[in-house]
Design a protein around this ligand. Structure first.
Ligand SMILES: [Zn+2]
Length: 282
């Protein structure tokens, strides 16, 4: 399998601010609105010109708030993947609350996108609860893109890990759900976005060229050290779609092509990896 690049866009839009940061002011919400009204159209235009498929991780609340923007993404043939409903972490939820949140997100896509069914998941806040993997399997998901135990090689998820506050660590059982590696280092939000909230402060506003160099170096590393790897890049339309920052995506596409990588959706990358690495049955 040739090396693969998955361009992913976390289309959080407005949901991010009340959901993650507890901020509800109209001016903060407008930053998410920018992602829907300007960022996504700009990204779709670029992907169309470059003829590249991408994966959009979309909270159900974004689908309910901006259905027309979501239909435009769907009409261009990109993958929709699940990113919660209200963009809140499942970690403090009960199992039943988490299940309802998962079903609500699926329902929003089915209602607005002619029965579209997501098969991929990335948790809001990139944090899974002890129940998440089991719930994803119960709902027929193919992959999760939240875990960080590898950088460029997919692997099988585990269910039932137990970490005690007394220092005990027990690893659970490997299960047939593909893990596409996530990394905060390949995420534009903590690098570039200013956040001032009672729960989190991010300095952001980093020079896009600094980020671009960092990400191109990782791409170069993968081409030499993990040539059949999967490079999952996480962008946010409200971050990377603003002004000259979009050129970072253009330059990454150019470099990826020079290095001979294929651009696919996450679902295609997960299915290809699965076909080449059958789950070891006991
Ligand atoms: Zn998100």
């Amino acid at each position: 399998m040739a090396g693969t690049i998955c361009l992913t866009f976390h289309f959080d839009a407005v949901s991010l601010y009340p959901g993650m940061f507890g901020v509800t002011s109209p001016s903060t919400a407008s930053r998410g609105e920018f992602g829907a009204r300007v960022g996504v159209p700009r990204i779709l235009d670029l992907l169309r010109r470059e003829d590249i498929p991408a994966t959009f991780f979309v909270p159900g609340l974004t689908v309910d708030t901006f259905p027309e923007v979501c239909k435009a993404i769907r009409d261009q043939g990109h993958e929709f993947a699940h990113h919660g409903y209200r963009h809140v972490s499942p970690v403090p939820m009960t199992e039943q609350e988490e299940r309802e949140e998962l079903l609500r997100g699926i329902d929003a896509m089915e209602r607005h996108l002619d029965g579209y069914r997501p098969y991929g998941y990335c948790s809001p806040a990139s944090d899974l609860s002890p129940n998440s993997i089991r719930l994803l399997r119960e709902e027929g998901f193919v992959y999760d893109a939240t875990m960080c135990a590898n950088d460029f090689s997919p692997y099988w998820c585990r269910e039932g890990d137990k970490l005690g506050t007394d220092g005990s660590i027990t690893f659970g059982q490997t299960v047939p759900l593909v893990s596409l590696p996530f990394s905060w280092t390949l995420d534009d939000f903590p690098q570039m976005e200013l956040v001032l909230s009672s729960s989190l402060t991010l300095e952001g506003n980093r020079d896009p060229k600094v980020c671009e160099r960092m990400w191109l170096e990782d791409m170069d590393f993968m081409s030499k050290e993990v040539p059949d790897g999967v490079f999952v890049m996480c962008f946010h339309p409200q971050v990377i779609g603003r002004g000259a920052r979009i050129r970072v995506v253009e330059n990454m596409i150019r470099k990826g092509r020079e290095l001979g990588f294929e651009f696919t959706t996450c679902l295609d990358a997960a299915q290809q990896w699965k076909a080449a690495n059958p789950f070891p049955e006991a």
